[in-house]
Write a protein that binds this ligand. Structure first.
Ligand code: 5GP
Ligand code: MG
Ligand code: MG
Length: 173
């Protein structure tokens, strides 16, 4: 499986960028009632690194959603597999995602969370593939903008595997 991967972002590049993002978040959220909302499963390495790079006091909570359909692309039909264990009403929510592709998942998640009336709601993603967008979604923090490749590693999977790779690579099925 690993022989079908071309490296795209090294561990070092990711580490440097995540530290920068953490500093930026710390500056933007100082004095706020921040809840970092991680979207499982793909976000787990990024979330852990970003949270530790953000030197503030905040809460974390996780959500897991699934798109109907399966395959390599999402469909826009999102259902909740695991909901947040905390209220975000009146609080500053930051949704953290591994990658924004068509934008369909985040579009739905965003609307769902906005219904809960947070004081603010922003979106942070490690990777962005803007050329693939099907629906406009405001992404406030982006780690890396990438071309239209199917990528794996650092949380991103192929058939559930390869999430544990410490770097990001392009997968050639
Ligand atoms: P969207 O709804 O924006 O199309 O898709 C978001 C989700 O699709 C991501 O959270 C991720 O799970 C999956 N996805 C999109 N692009 C890629 C990719 O290049 N590699 C992997 N492994 N998953 C992707
Ligand atoms: Mg994801
Ligand atoms: Mg996936």
């Amino acid at each position: 499986m690993r022989d079908r991967i071309t490296p795209l972002l090294t561990e070092e590049q990711i580490r440097t960028r995540v530290r920068e993002m953490g500093r930026r978040l710390a500056a933007d959220y100082v004095g706020k009632d921040l809840v970092m909302v991680g979207l499982l499963n793909g976000v787990f390495p990024f979330f852990a690194d970003l949270a530790r790079a953000t030197e503030l006091d905040f809460e974390v909570s996780f959500m897991q959603v699934a798109s109907y359909g399966g395959g390599l692309e999402s469909t826009g039909e999102v259902h909740i597999l695991k909901d947040l264990d905390k209220s975000i009403q009146g609080r500053d929510a930051l949704v953290v995602e591994d990658i924004v592709d068509t934008g369909l998942t985040l579009h739905k998640v965003r609307n769902l969370l906005l219904d809960r009336e947070p004081a603010s709601l922003r979106i942070c993603t490690l990777l962005d593939k803007p050329s693939r967008r099907k629906v406009e979604v405001p992404v406030d923090y982006v780690g890396f903008t990438i071309e239209d490749h199917f990528v794996v590693g650092y949380g991103l999977d192929y058939n559930g595997k390869l999430r544990n790779l410490p770097y990001v690579g392009v997968f050639h099925p």
